[in-house]
Write a protein that binds this ligand. Structure first.
Ligand code: HEC
Length: 110
């Protein structure tokens, strides 16, 4: 149920920002994922801020949260995870899809 509501919300957001097309072709860490995490997470989770004791700056710091399922858990607001970005709207659905595709392809440092 909550997933359904969330996807309606994402649809609206996509219309607002005019990104109805979502290409997940050739997604790479350096080309796509890093910027999404930088823009949405570093203000609380780079090494300097380290909110909640969580640093996800750079590939090596992010990878353990990929492997544990926490990255997907927080951005998709799954049960048992704190929704991220904290107290802010979810990431754009297209950005979530890119992260999912990157993880499905092995979450490479590419
Ligand atoms: C405004 C500050 C802020 C932003 C932006 C933010 N976080 Fe967080 N995050 C926190 C705080 C504070 C905690 C620890 C308390 C909590 O879990 O709510 C936390 C906890 C976490 C945790 C552990 C939560 C768990 O349930 O185990 C992860 C993983 C995480 N954040 C990832 C992210 C990611 C990925 C982003 C970007 C999409 C992000 N955060 C954006 C403040 C933030």
């Amino acid at each position: 149920m909550s997933l359904f509501i969330a996807s309606c919300y994402y649809d609206k957001e996509e219309e607002l920002y005019g990104t109805a097309e979502c290409s997940t072709e050739g997604v790479t860490f350096s080309g796509n994922i890093l910027k999404i995490i930088e823009d949405n997470c570093y203000r609380c989770h780079d090494a300097a801020n380290n909110f909640g004791g969580i640093t996800i700056e750079g590939y090596d710091n992010l990878k353990p949260y990929v492997d544990s399922g926490a990255l997907i858990g927080v951005i998709k607001r799954e049960n048992g995870f704190s929704p991220m970005p904290k107290n802010e709207p979810p990431l754009l659905e297209c950005d979530i899809e890119k992260i999912e595709v990157w993880i499905m392809n092995g979450a490479l440092n590419n």
